[in-house]
Design a binder for this molecule. Sequence first.
Ligand code: FES
Length: 164
Amino acid sequence: MPVNLRRSSGANTEQGEGGHRRAFLGWLTSVGLFGSAVLSAFSNFVFIKPRATYGAPQRFSIGKPEDFPAGTRIAIESRRICVVREGEKLAAISTTCTHLGCIIGISDTGFACPCHGSRFDQDGNVTGGPAPRPLPWYKVSLAPNGEVEVDKDVEIEPGSYLNV
Ligand code: FES
């Protein structure tokens, strides 16, 4: 009898250990699944939100008004604009051709596109070639630090100058 008791006692102990092991493995599985679900949700959130910006900022400083002497038309090729200074007035005109987007150059009569020969007058109006629209004028303002800011997201009426 005592031998049987020991055997049954040992079997109960093994069943008890097995139950603990199964419970522990179940808990471990649950924690693993929950953790992977949280990680998956976090990574989805991170990848859904775009982290890259494309292209240069559309609002930027071009320097002080005195950097543009009266009577000059200065092209800033990297920004694709031409800064026009007439007396105390300043404006920024696009130098992106409205035909297929080539960078246009300053000519004696205004602007000229090297790609397909479009011509624009001093205000950006089309005077020849395939360009379908005049060149846009962009908003120009004075920043608190005294520098001139151009905002290419805001087109303004051609002929609208900033008094500096
Ligand atoms: S891109 Fe300027 S004329 Fe075609």
